[in-house]
Each structure stands twice: as structure tokens, then as C-alpha cells.
Design a protein around this ligand. Structure first.
Ligand SMILES: Cc1cc2nc3c(=O)[nH]c(=O)nc-3n(C[C@H](O)[C@H](O)[C@H](O)COP(=O)(O)O)c2cc1C
Length: 459
């Protein structure tokens, strides 16, 4: 029997050391070069050498200013500030790679479906079908007030808007242009057949979009859909729409429970259990011996900024930790920010977390699990989390960038390949084919994108 094959994505953001706070000052970190194209093209080439599915590019649209009610700590410690645009670096990376996918984060709370559909279709053309979209609803108040709102929308409303947002883009991507619409007929002076380019006539609570879509069908039509919802509403949203779900956690039990929950919710929404791939985030710390890897972890922790991480955690959880004593326990609340980030420290069966402990943990890899050891030990963990935890693969976070990717690709990937659990060549042409198998160029027939509800009010 062939062993379960795992998939890998690289987690990054257009910001210096975005997921390991303070590491920008580490001697091996090149995160401050994120404003240069060669930083991106080098990272992309490394991930493709490691046969990764995609580079997942996180994003936020505002400063972290929950901590102390201002952005001082975020600015001082480069807490996802500066934050450059995640989409603009993609064409340069696509030009130096052939197979790697690119998954920029774009928020349904602040984008418009008509223009985002155009932007992602353009990128899907330019990359020959290697684009995904990390669908987020956003969580910072500072995003809302800079982007036309007076305050952050309630989470429920953000997800309602996201649901309708997706309905609109599905109609644009899947229904506006027929496959046969393009004629390129010089004799008849017809570029396209107007009868095959349709209005979508969407009218809803949040959006009115008549269409038609501004871009002819791209290689995948709908880009691969990534999501990372943690709250019950977020998980339902993920189970309905996502083809890949990203999550964070520091215990195998918590991840296993999350994976089962997502699979059940997928079934409940009319999809198959395995239609949604689940990727826990992992920060690998690899060395030639276990002792050296432990030492390396301790050295990395030295570079983490306490205040910067407290500011990051405040933004992630919506709690102003500047008001906390470091030895105070973190309280369990329903947050309007990122529920999963708070749950990591409040719903842990094994431990009650103080702020000091949580900050120490959150400072590397945004608090996710660390696989620390030799390549063999890390591969053992990967096998354990994919067999017992039923994860489909991992989202690889970094301490120093892009060195963490390079070490993982050079040292851990060959071990995974030796064990027969990881590809030695890409299987398909497009990102979806590489994630779901050859022939799976388009989104699955049982996905809501295919049932977006044709209005039949064609032009
Ligand atoms: C691994 C991971 C990556 C995420 N990346 C982003 C991101 O780049 N930008 C963002 O606004 N939210 C990001 N989120 C947050 C979620 O997508 C979601 O919007 C947020 O968690 C609020 O919803 P929830 O409480 O249902 O999780 C991420 C979450 C996880 C677990």
C-alpha cells in the first residue's frame, strides 16, 4: 500500500520577521530585505527546490495597536509593521519558478469582489494556474478605521459578508465566460463571442455586481481557496468554501480534534471528508543532534522581543496585555479577534498559561508547535501528526528567513522523500493538480463555486 503523501506550504509575509517577533535582528535573518525582489525570488526558488505546493503569504491591513492602545511597540519591534503588499511580488516569483503556487491573503471585509476577482484571475493567467487565495475576514480595529469603517464589523457580519463575497466571485470566475467564448477569429473580426460572455446580475445584502467578469477564463478559473477559521462560524465557513485549511496549535490532540471537526463540518455542508486539506503550522528547528537543536531553540528565544510579542498577541487575541501582570493567567473569552490564537492558551487540557509563558511561546512561529531535533526526529513528528492527527501536511513557518526554509528543504525534505511520504517530482501543471492530483485543474463539482446560483438573466 502506498503511504499517505504529505503536502507542504511555506508561510511568509511581506514584512521583516513577521512570525517570529524580533528575529529581524538575528545574524541569519534577511527579513529586512523583504522590500527587494531577490528576497522573494530566492525564497520561491528554495521552496520549489523542496517541491512545496505553495508559498502562503499572510497579510494584515493595519498596525497592531491593541497593546497600550497605540502602535509604539509594533513599530519599535517590527510587529508586522512595515507590512507590504502580498500580491505584487508574485509575478517576479512566477517568472523564476515553474511549479510553485502562490497564496496571497486578501480580506473579504475590505476588498471588493469584482476587482479582486479580476486581480486573482490576472495572476492565475500570469502564473499559468498557480494561484491560490487565503480568504480572511480580518481582525484588527486599525484595519477597519483606515479602510472606510468607523469600527471593526462584528465577526458574524464579517463572515456573512465573506459568504456573499465568495458567491459573487464564484459567479464571475465560473459562470461569466463560457469555455468557448474566445474566438480569436481574424476573418470574422471577432475576438470573442458576445453571446458567451454573460452578466452575472448579482444582487445581495452586501454587493450588487452585474458583471461581466473583466478577465477571460484563467487556467484554474477559481483559484485554490485557502482559509484559516478557528471560531465555530469560521470553521463552518472553512468547511463550506476552503480547499485547504490552515491552523495553529501546540499539541497533537488539539490538532487531531480540529482536523476531525473540519472533516465533519465539510460532510455536513455536502462535501466529502477529504475534500478539505488541513495544514497545521509548524516551526522546524533542525540540527545534526537533538542537543544542538535544543540549544538552537534557546538561542532563538534570546532574539525574541517580549514587548513586541505581547503586542502581537494583543492584536491576535484582542486583549490589551499591557494591562496584565506577566504572571497573570490568560482569560478564556469569545474574542472578535482570532479565536484560535486565544484558544491555544486558554483551552489547553495540559496547562494554564500565564502571559509570560504565552509570550515566550508566541514569539517563535506565532506560537505554533515547534518540531525540534534532527531531520529524522522531525520526520518522525511529521509522520505522527499526519497518521494519528490526520493532517494532510504542514505550513512551514520560519524563525530566521529564508534560512529556515533552506534548512528544511536541504535537511528534512530528503528524509521525507526517503520514507516515501513526499513527492520527488511535481505531479501536475497547476497548483490544484499538485494539491489534489492530476486532472483536478478546476474546483470540484460538489463545491459551492459550482452551485453559485446562475441567475439565468443572461444579457
Ligand atoms: C495559520 C493562520 C494564518 C492566518 N493568516 C492570516 C492572515 O494572514 N491575515 C489575517 O487577517 N488573518 C489571518 N488568520 C486569521 C484567520 O484567517 C481568521 O480571519 C481569524 O482567525 C478570525 O476568525 P476566527 O476567529 O474564526 O478564526 C490566520 C489564522 C491562522 C490560524
Amino acid at each position: 500500500m502506498t503511504k499517505k503523501q504529505i503536502h507542504l506550504n511555506g508561510f511568509i509575509q511581506n514584512s521583516p520577521s513577521p512570525h517570529s517577533t524580533g528575529l529581524w535582528k538575528h545574524e541569519l535573518d534577511k527579513g529586512t530585505h523583504h522590500n527587494r525582489l531577490d528576497y522573494w525570488t530566492d525564497a520561491a526558488k528554495t521552496l520549489e527546490r523542496g517541491k512545496f505546493d505553495a508559498m502562503f503569504i499572510a497579510d494584515v491591513l493595519g498596525a497592531y495597536s491593541v497593546y497600550g492602545g497605540n502602535h509604539d511597540a509594533a513599530a519599535k519591534h517590527a510587529v508586522q509593521l512595515p507590512a507590504h503588499d502580498p500580491t505584487l511580488v508574485i509575478p517576479a516569483m512566477a517568472a523564476v519558478t515553474e511549479h510553485l503556487g502562490f497564496a496571497p491573503t486578501v480580506s473579504t471585509t475590505y476588498a471588493q469582489p469584482y476587482s479582486l476577482a479580476r486581480q486573482l484571475s490576472t495572476l492565475d493567467h500570469l502564473t499559468d494556474g498557480r494561484v491560490a487565495w487565503n480568504v480572511v475576514t480580518s481582525y484588527l480595529e486599525s484595519e477597519a478605521v483606515n479602510l472606510g469603517l468607523t469600527e471593526r464589523l462584528p465577526k458574524e457580519m464579517r463572515y456573512n459578508r465573506a459568504d456573499e463575497f465568495l458567491e459573487v466571485v464564484y459567479k464571475l470566475w465560473e459562470e461569466s465566460w463560457d469555455d468557448e467564448a474566445l474566438l480569436y477569429d481574424r476573418e470574422k473580426d471577432a475576438f470573442a463571442d458576445p453571446d458567451k460572455v454573460h452578466l452575472i446580475n448579482h444582487e445581495g445584502e452586501f454587493f450588487n455586481v452585474p458583471g461581466p467578469h473583466l478577465v477571460e477564463p484563467s487556467p484554474q478559473r477559481t483559484p485554490v481557496l485557502f482559509q484559516a477559521g478557528g471560531s465555530p462560524r469560521g470553521r463552518d465557513f472553512a468547511a463550506k468554501h476552503a480547499e485547504a485549511v490552515f491552523t495553529k496549535g501546540h499539541s497533537l490532540d488539539a490538532i487531531a480534534a480540529y482536523v476531525q471537526d473540519i472533516r465533519q463540518r465539510a460532510e455536513a455542508s455536502g462535501r466529502n471528508r477529504d475534500d478539505v486539506k488541513v495544514f497545521p503550522m509548524v516551526l522546524p528547528i533542525v540540527a545534526s543532534t537533538e542537543a544542538k537543536a535544543q540549544k538552537k531553540l534557546e538561542a532563538l528565544q534570546e532574539s525574541v522581543s517580549y514587548e513586541g510579542t505581547a503586542s502581537l498577541l494583543s492584536g491576535h487575541t484582542g486583549i490589551d496585555f499591557s494591562q496584565y501582570d506577566p504572571d497573570q493567567y490568560i482569560e478564556d473569552i469569545d474574542t472578535e479577534a482570532v479565536q484560535g490564537n486565544l484558544d491555544m492558551y486558554t483551552k489547553d487540557q495540559d496547562k494554564k498559561w500565564t502571559l509570560r509563558e504565552a509570550v515566550k511561546n508566541h514569539g517563535l512561529g506565532n506560537g505554533t508547535v515547534k518540531f525540534v531535533g534532527t531531520p529524522e526526529q522531525i520526520a518522525d513528528k511529521i509522520e505522527e501528526w499526519t497518521t494519528i492527527g490526520d493532517a494532510d501536511g504542514f505550513n512551514i513557518a520560519q524563525s530566521y528567513s529564508p534560512g529556515t526554509f533552506e534548512e528544511f528543504v536541504d535537511e528534512v525534505v530528503p528524509e521525507l522523500q526517503k520514507r516515501g511520504i513526499y513527492r520527488t517530482e511535481y505531479e501536475g501543471e497547476t497548483l490544484r493538480e499538485n494539491m489534489f492530483g492530476k486532472g483536478q485543474k478546476y474546483i470540484a463539482e460538489n463545491h459551492p463555486a459550482k452551485r453559485a446560483g446562475v441567475t439565468n438573466e443572461w444579457n
